[in-house]
Design a protein around this ligand. Structure first.
Ligand SMILES: [Zn+2]
Ligand SMILES: [Zn+2]
Length: 275
């Protein structure tokens, strides 16, 4: 059976634990595959690693991969914010491409900082229209389709982080869905893998994973390749909401998920996965 998480952070970015603590926790929680994916260096992302730390990070993961090879399969990954393109993507075993910032005239504002930052951005840059914000956000997501080095698209509807109560926009707003579907079409067309991401549940912002179930059902209909990740920043939450999410994935109609192997990603029947 397979238990996999390819989205996890450590003290080299904004995570709480060392790489080894993450590995030991994964073994303890019966994971068979753990991918480490700290935030990449970007001059616009203050949680990203410095270029120097990124080299230490790589070396340490390759050592852990060898040290624990009999207990768990470890992969060297990176969460690449699309404000900056990593110069040596080939030195990682996979890349997650994520959009954490909106940009206007050289100014960057965080999408997932706080509801206050989101509200002031929507007011300042989109005349208070969350829909206009969503349009711009999903246009930006589509850019990931053109980045060949990206394997997995991170948290596709991150902009909904503070909107589980639907106070900013309704999840089923037809125009909102049209923007989201357009981005999904584009990313699926480019053969990108989309993730179901439980990170905001672990941190108390949401009760359900990204993406919203309506988008997940659309992805299933479109034949999207997906996988389940916890975007873990704390070793105790490595499999946060895995049971719930696996259930939602099955309910959406998926019959398979992607598994990372030494030979790349392999589509694998859903029955093979445990939470
Ligand atoms: Zn992220
Ligand atoms: Zn992350």
């Amino acid at each position: 059976m397979i238990k996999q998480n390819l989205h996890s952070h450590c003290i080299y970015c904004d995570g709480k634990n060392t790489l080894e603590e993450m590995v030991l926790s994964a073994i303890d929680k019966n994971f068979t595959i753990l991918g480490l994916s700290s935030h990449a260096y970007s001059p616009h992302d203050d949680v990203g690693m410095s270029k120097e730390v990124q080299e230490i990070y790589k070396k340490e993961i390759l050592e852990l991969k060898e040290k624990y090879k009999d207990k768990i399969q470890i992969f060297l990954g990176l969460e690449q914010d699309i404000t900056y393109r990593t110069e040596d993507p080939e030195s990682f075993e996979y890349l997650i491409g994520s959009k954490h910032y909106m940009e206007k005239n050289g100014e960057y504002r965080g999408i997932d900082y706080s509801s206050e930052v989101t509200t002031s951005m929507v007011n300042d840059w989109y005349n208070g229209s969350f829909l206009e914000y969503a349009k711009d956000y999903y246009e930006g997501m589509k850019e990931i389709a053109t980045w060949d080095e990206i394997d997995i698209v991170g948290h596709i509807d991150l902009l909904m982080k503070f909107n589980e109560d639907q106070s900013s926009i309704q999840f089923d707003d037809p125009q909102y869905l049209a923007y989201a579907y357009d981005a999904i079409d584009c990313l699926v067309e480019a053969n990108k893998i989309l993730e179901v991401n439980t990170g905001a549940i672990a941190r108390g912002y949401r009760t359900l994973p990204y993406p919203h179930q309506t988008l997940l059902e659309y992805m299933a209909k479109k034949g999207a390749r997906i996988l389940l990740n916890s975007d873990c920043h704390d070793k105790d939450y490595l499999d946060c909401a895995y049971e719930l999410s696996l259930d939602l994935i099955k309910k959406a109609g998926f019959t398979s998920m992607e598994v990372l192997t030494e030979n790349g990603f392999v589509s694998t029947p859903i029955e093979k996965f445990i939470a």
